[in-house]
Design a protein around this ligand. Structure first.
Ligand code: ATP
Ligand code: MG
Length: 449
């Protein structure tokens, strides 16, 4: 049977009544409810759809609420003052309630293969999709079966067109239609599979993983800006470590972060520990509601390659600073061809990397200059993570942690004016100040971030 989405016309509808599912209006955002009711009152059909329905059925709180409706974007705009239309590739209405945005999408239709209306397909890839259709058609063009369920505000039932309920019960991620066709239409669906499996603790169906090896390379043609967004969702969404492992297991890491995959493939156990700790720390911060920056984490992911290339250059006789600068530029340039990391982040990443060798220069002036650097805090946190690299790095991190706690004059007198490490290669000994009388320099609590 050909299950390609474009030929599926009558999916089997299963209506799950209110008393047979756990979705309660109490867990749906007020803003989303208002949009649903208003569309209904105006005579349109409107449903909560996608990730929100899926997450509510799994008993977790969705991070956003999307709505699918029979109203066209222009009709939605007429109903809501606080509405703006966005997107070209995929036209949508955003209804804005303070900080919350409710995304309202018109049911997408199947249309004709050759771009009738406003759908464009290039080499099997959907590059534009603005053909309106029925809810049945809308369901089958979604990616995974668990993402194609609709919550009906008029009777509180869940409409399941493609077997999503069954998949949630089986805790499995299945694509709608023929996997190869669906990945060719949009290769980013492969990343979404890995991300959702990690986030929701689901198994990916064998049929959905089988094409990864052959089709993974298509990811190199995906828009780098979109891959940046997808990377943020994977690594900064609170389940970064699991997403990372899932990407590796699926063989997809190499298409997104080739330098990371290469460095890890050299079998460097310490580097793996460093990357995993970086991801773990990020996940912990997200869980505690603290801020996280992509710059720090991406610096962690690419560090192995930057460091190894710099050392290679130095080994070949290139001047230290020059070798580090070259390695940084080269690794960043390669990375940005895949994932469009915005300038404000690449700048911070480069600073974090270039400050690393400076932690090894323990002459008085240099130490104080480094401590005063605007990026010192991030670079020092990075150094602490590098404790995984070697005992020496661990010691260096501790040295800097300790040094920051000392009164400036005590620290200054312990440091050599020049020459750096003492004759036997040991770090200058900086004695602890007597505990009671210690005056801590303000704002220098090590490891506080
Ligand atoms: P998250 O929890 O990260 O928000 P999500 O599934 O809601 O996950 P969104 O990007 O918010 O992801 O997408 C909302 C819905 O739109 C999905 O549940 C799915 O039905 C549909 N969708 C999103 N991306 C695609 C895609 N690439 N191909 C087909 N359908 C998609
Ligand atoms: Mg969503």
């Amino acid at each position: 049977m050909n299950l390609q989405p474009r030929t599926v016309t009558t999916p089997a509808l299963r209506i799950v009544p209110r008393d047979q599912h756990i979705i309660s209006r109490r867990n749906i955002s007020k803003a989303a409810l208002r949009v649903l009711y208003r569309l209904n009152e105006a005579g349109y059909t409107a449903y909560l759809v996608g990730g929100a329905v899926r997450d509510l059925l799994l008993g977790t709180q969705p991070k956003d609420f999307d709505i699918a409706t029979s109203a066209t974007p222009d009709e939605v705009k007429k109903l809501f003052r606080n509405c703006r239309l966005i997107g070209r590739r995929f036209r949508l209405a955003h209804v804005v309630f303070g900080p919350e945005i409710i995304e309202v999408a018109t049911f997408r239709g199947l249309g004709e293969e050759d771009g009738e209306g406003d759908r464009h397909i290039v080499d099997g890839r959907i590059v534009r999709d603005n053909i309106w259709g029925s809810i049945e058609e809308d369901a089958v063009r979604r990616d995974f079966r668990i993402n194609a369920m609709y919550y009906d505000i008029s009777d509180f039932s869940v409409r399941d067109y493609v077997g999503g309920m069954q998949d949630l019960e089986d805790r499995v991620l299945r694509l709608i239609g023929d996997p190869e066709t669906r990945y060719r239409e949009d290769p980013v669906r492969m990343l979404r599979a890995a991300r959702l499996a990690a986030k929701l603790d689901l198994r990916i169906d064998d049929a959905a993983t089988a094409p990864f090896q052959a089709l993974g390379p298509l990811l190199t043609e995906a828009a780098p800006a979109r891959l940046f967004d997808e990377s943020l969702k994977m690594f900064l969404g609170g389940h970064g470590l699991k997403s990372f492992h899932m990407l590796e297991r699926c063989g997809l890491l190499t298409f997104l972060f080739p330098a990371t995959a290469r460095a890890l493939a050299r079998g460097d156990r310490a580097l793996r520990a460093l990357v995993e700790h970086g991801l773990e720390n990020t996940d912990a911060r997200v869980a505690e509601g603290k801020s996280v920056t992509p710059a720090f984490l991406f610096a962690v992911l690419l560090w192995g390659e930057v460091r190894d290339q710099a050392h290679l250059g130095i080994g070949q006789g290139v001047d230290d600073n020059e070798a580090w600068a070259r390695a940084t530029t080269r690794v960043m340039a390669e990375q940005c061809q895949r994932v469009a990391i915005p300038r404000r982040f690449t700048f911070t990443m480069e600073e974090i990397w270039l400050l690393q060798p400076r932690f090894e220069q323990l002459q008085r002036k240099r130490v104080f200059r480094l401590m005063a650097h605007p990026r010192f805090r991030a670079a020092f946190d990075f150094l602490l993570l590098r404790a995984d690299e070697s005992v020496a790095m661990d010691e260096l991190g501790q040295w800097w942690a300790h040094a920051q706690q000392l009164p400036q004059d005590v620290l200054a007198s312990a440091l050599p004016a020049s020459g750096g490490k003492s004759g036997d290669g040991a770090m200058p000994v900086v004695a602890s100040a007597p505990p009671r009388r210690r005056r801590r320099r303000s704002g220098s609590k090590p490891g506080s971030t």
